[in-house]
Design a binder for this molecule. Structure first.
Ligand code: PLP
Length: 370
C-alpha cells in the first residue's frame, strides 16, 4: 500500500522548499570510501566491548526518558576539551548539524542574517533555510584564506548577526589563525561561531579558539565527534561557549533530543579518547604525503590542514569522479570548478586511490588552465 498517487508538487510545501533536494553525498556500497571525511579506523575491541556493556545496562531502562541535560556527557566533553571548561560551557546534540540548528534557532530567525565565506560547508545554507535565517556567503581570497579585515568588512556590509568561521575550512582545508578570530571578536558584536570540526587533524590541535572563551561572551566553538574522533555513526556534535549561550540552546532544543544510547556510547568513546584518536597523526601524514604525490602528478592541490584535500583542476571533474567510482573508489565532487575532494584513508585505501587515479588520468588528462 503506497498511498494515494501523490507527488511533492501536490502538497502545500513551504515556498522556499519547492525544488529543494535532501542533503546527500551519495552513500554507495564500494570498497574504498574516501568521500565524507570519516576516520577509516573502527574502534578497538576494548572500546567495542565497553560500548556493548553500556547498551546492555541501558536496555533495561529504556522505558524511561534519558537525562534531558546530558550532564554526564557534557562533563566528559568539557574535560576532553580542557581550557578550564566545565559542563556549563558545553552543549551537545545529534551531530554539529543539530548544534548549528540550535544556534540559528536561538540567534537567527526572521530578520536575522548569518554570514559565512565561500567556498565552505554545504550544510550552512540549509540550517539557515530551515530556521528562516537569511544566508549570505562572502567570497574568500584566491588562496581561500581570510584576514580579519575581510571578515569585519563582510559583517558590516551584510549587517550579519551571526558569522561562521570554519577552520580548517571544508572543502578547502584552509586554517584560520586564532589571532584572526581574536581580532574579529574585538571589533564586532555579532555572534562568532568557529567551526573546528577538523581541529584534531591540525598541526597544533590545542591552538584552538577555545583559548579565547574566557574573554569573549559571543564566541562559540563548534566541535564534532564525527571526524577525528571516529564516532560518525554515534551522531554527537558539541559546542563550547559562555553558559548564557548554552542556556539559549536549551530553550530551543526538542526535549530529550539526545537518546540515552547516544549519550552512553559517546561517554564510552570519550573514556577511550587516546585509542579513538590514535590514528589521527597517521591520517594527517597520509594526506600530507598524498598532497605531494598529487603535485608530482602535475595537479593543483589546495594546502590542507585537515584529513582531506582538494585537487584538480579537471576540465571534466565528473568524468574523473565517475572513473574513480568505476574502479571502486568513491570521493566527493565538491568545491570550486574543476576540483575534487578526497579524504584520508588507511594506507591500503590511499594506494587504491592512487592506482585508480593513475588509470583515470591516462583517460581524462584534460586540465583547466591555472
Ligand atoms: C563534517 C563536518 C561537520 C560535522 O558534522 P556532524 O553533524 O557533527 O557529523 C561540521 N562542520 C563541518 C565543516 C564539517 O565538514
Amino acid at each position: 500500500m503506497a498511498g494515494p498517487d501523490l507527488t511533492l508538487a501536490d502538497l502545500p510545501l513551504r515556498a522556499e522548499l519547492i525544488g529543494e533536494e535532501p542533503y546527500g553525498a551519495p552513500q554507495l556500497d564500494v570498497p574504498v570510501c574516501l568521500n565524507v571525511n570519516e576516520n577509516p579506523y573502527p574502534p578497538s575491541s576494548a572500546t567495542v566491548h565497553d560500548m556493548a556493556r553500556a547498551i546492555q545496562q541501558l536496555a533495561g531502562n529504556v522505558n524511561r526518558y534519558p537525562d534531558r541535560e546530558a550532564t554526564g556527557l557534557r562533563t566528559d566533553l568539557a574535560r576532553y576539551l580542557g581550557f578550564g571548561l566545565t559542563a556549563d560551557n558545553i552543549w551537545a546534540a545529534n551531530g554539529s548539524n543539530e548544534v548549528m540548528t540550535h544556534l540559528l534557532s536561538a540567534f537567527g530567525g526572521p530578520g536575522r542574517t548569518v554570514l559565512s565565506f565561500a567556498p565552505t560547508y554545504s550544510m550552512y545554507p540549509e540550517y539557515a533555510r530551515n530556521t528562516l535565517t537569511r544566508y549570505v556567503a562572502s567570497p574568500r581570497r584566491d588562496d581561500y584564506t581570510l584576514t580579519a579585515d575581510d571578515i569585519l568588512t563582510a559583517i558590516e556590509q551584510h549587517q550579519a548577526d551571526i558569522v561562521i568561521l570554519t577552520t580548517p575550512n571544508n572543502p578547502t582545508g584552509t586554517a584560520l589563525p586564532v589571532s584572526v578570530v581574536e581580532e574579529v571578536l574585538e571589533a564586532t558584536t555579532a555572534i562568532v561561531v568557529v567551526d573546528e570540526a577538523y581541529q584534531e587533524f591540525t598541526e597544533i590541535p590545542d591552538d584552538s579558539a577555545c583559548a579565547l572563551l574566557s574573554r569573549f561572551g559571543r564566541l562559540v566553538v563548534s566541535r564534532t565527534m564525527s571526524k577525528a574522533f571516529a564516532f560518525a555513526g554515534g551522531r554527537v556534535g558539541y559546542l563550547a561557549a559562555a553558559p548564557a549561550i548554552v542556556d539559549a540552546c536549551r530553550i530551543v532544543r526538542l526535549p530529550y533530543h539526545l537518546s540515552a544510547q547516544t549519550q552512553a556510547l559517546a561517554r564510552v568513546a570519550l573514556a577511550h579518547a587516546p585509542e579513538m584518536l590514535e590514528n589521527v597523526s597517521e591520517l594527517r601524514l597520509q594526506i600530507q604525503q598524498l598532497q605531494l604525490w598529487l603535485r608530482d602528478h602535475g595537479l593543483d592541490v589546495v594546502p590542507s590542514q585537515a584529513n582531506f584535500c582538494l585537487f584538480g583542476r579537471f576540465a571534466d571533474r565528473h568524468a574523473v569522479w565517475q572513473g574513480l567510482l568505476d574502479r571502486g573508489v568513491l570521493i566527493r565532487e565538491t568545491g570550486p570548478q574543476g576540483y575534487l575532494r578526497v579524504s584520508a584513508g588507511t594506507p591500503d585505501e590511499m594506494s587504491a586511490f592512487r592506482s585508480a587515479l593513475d588509470e583515470v588520468l591516462a583517460t581524462f588528462p584534460q586540465r583547466l588552465p591555472h
